[in-house]
Design a protein. Structure first.
Length: 283
């Protein structure tokens, strides 16, 4: 009896520890999301000045109390530009992944639901996109459309949607013959209604995980295009563009490239960690 009570007590302790870890992870996720929203929606709460205002007399100053991240070649405060750049980098990355997820979900759901020759034809189009390295294809599309943030958004969304289409198609194929779908069809629901209300919503859990992970990857891809001169253009405080501008000063002003780079690293790692946590909770 004593051994049983000890075992139950040990199980309660382990359960309490699991609950505390889960609560800590949720608080961390919520805090990270709140910080990103503040950076993206209200950068003025953390920044102190105008990220575009020139102060040539303060050019390339090292990190100090007035300028915690130092200044750039035009005397602009790098902290202000990093904070305001979050709106550009994070907002544009969310737009890219949102467009790709919306179109890819609709495309893949239609392909999996219809099946037959149309499904094979639609999937060959997906295979055609997936045959090219996504960043190389995005560079080619962005260069053909002209330099700028809009061109980068179109290029990256164009190369990102096929992975969503393939994932959703596989889920629809596994769901379309489930009991609840057959019941809906028996009760008179049309094919479109069944797909919309009884099939696609069951793909949202996996889409949420994929969307969160892809936000980090989209930030990397977007900053990469800007670094190459195909994305945001000066004087935008976009993180990749800031690193590109810092190339000429890498030995004389180390802070110019380091702080935007650390911002990219922190954001990407957080999105990947959140995506992994969502995937773990699904299991």
């Amino acid at each position: 009896m004593s051994a049983t009570r000890m075992a139950l007590a040990g199980e309660r302790v382990r359960a309490a520890a699991r609950d505390r870890r889960m609560l800590a992870r949720r608080l961390w996720i919520g805090g990270t999301i709140a910080l990103l929203l503040v950076l993206g929606a209200a950068p003025g709460l953390l920044a102190r000045g105008d990220p575009y205002e020139l102060h040539v007399g303060d050019r390339l100053e090292a990190p100090s109390l007035p300028h915690p991240f130092g200044t750039d070649e035009a005397g602009r405060d790098i902290l202000d530009r990093v904070v305001y750049g979050a709106r550009v980098s994070l907002g544009t990355a969310a737009l890219i992944v949102g467009l790709a997820a919306a179109f890819g979900t609709a495309y893949g759901a239609l392909s999996g639901w219809v099946g037959g020759r149309l499904d094979r034809l639609l999937m060959r189009v997906v295979d055609l996109f997936l045959a090219f390295p996504y960043l190389v294809l995005a560079m080619a599309v962005a260069a053909s459309l002209g330099r700028g943030t809009a061109s980068a958004v179109v290029a990256l969304a164009l190369v990102w949607w096929p992975s969503y289409a393939r994932m959703v198609r596989g889920q629809v194929l596994s769901l379309k013959n489930d009991l609840h779908v057959r019941v809906a069809r028996t009760l008179g629901a049309s094919g479109g209604q069944t797909l919309r209300w009884h099939v696609v919503p069951h793909t949202f859990d996996q889409l949420n995980v994929r969307f969160t992970l892809d936000l980090g990857y989209a930030v990397i891809a977007l900053t990469g295009l800007s670094f190459l001169g195909l994305g945001a253009q000066n004087p935008s405080p976009e993180w990749g563009l800031m690193i590109a501008n810092a190339k000429s000063y890498v030995f004389t002003a180390w802070w110019y490239a380091v702080f935007p780079g650390l911002s990219i690293l922190a954001v990407v790692l957080n999105f990947v960690a959140i995506g992994d946590e969502l995937a773990r909770q699904r299991r």
